[in-house]
Design a protein around this ligand. Sequence first.
Ligand code: PGA
Length: 250
Amino acid sequence: MRLPLIAGNWKMYKTTAEARAFAAELRQLYDQSKTDVQIAICAPFTQLAVLQEALVGSGIGVGAQNVHFAQEGAYTGEVSIPMLREIGVDYCIVGHSERRQYFGETDETVNLKLKALLQTEIVPILCVGENLAQREAGQASEVVRRQVELALSGLAPEAVSRMVIAYVPIWAIGTGKTASPQQANEMCFCVRQALIDIYDDAVADLVRIQYGGSVKPENVTEIMNMEEIDGALVGGASLIAAKFNEIVNF
Ligand code: PGA
């Protein structure tokens, strides 16, 4: 049985004061005993320590949105895995399409980051997903499959079993256009099929596959009810504590 994970992705939103206020509000609203899902907030680096402290004992995990693959070094502006571990970060998003599009993230750097993260207890959330042109050309499955293959290249099955993969079609991010539950399910199945082909059924059965792209309180139930979907990566709707709480209590 896969325990679903619903993770908020704040992107570059919220100051420290705003993060503190959000954490206090979500703590009040969220009752861990009433949900069958794990939940987490992936926040900007400068908010991670504050969130970690404010959410201790709440059952709400904390995640980063990126990390460097090297342990340390002359990489101005970057943050390392030991730095995240020191704060007690639980998750780290890797390869979000915004990083691929604006910050030169490649399948190769994604692979290096996964390799490094999977040597620690931090759970990576690998993002894959096609753009609109690729979908319209009928290449969605092919593109996503290739992204999964390259991201996982050289990774051991035991390590991969612990990770989360988020199918986040670029055309559905912040556009209000959600993939239909059937489309999302189909693509999550395509990710699982890739895992079966690269590893085996046992590994594919353990990996949690999320859907992301305009998830909100109004559509989360339908999405979460799909067989192949084990959670959601929630951008815009994770910025308001009450909305995010509604989503995790779908
Ligand atoms: P959105 O973002 O929910 O605002 O569409 C999803 C994401 O990019 O993680």
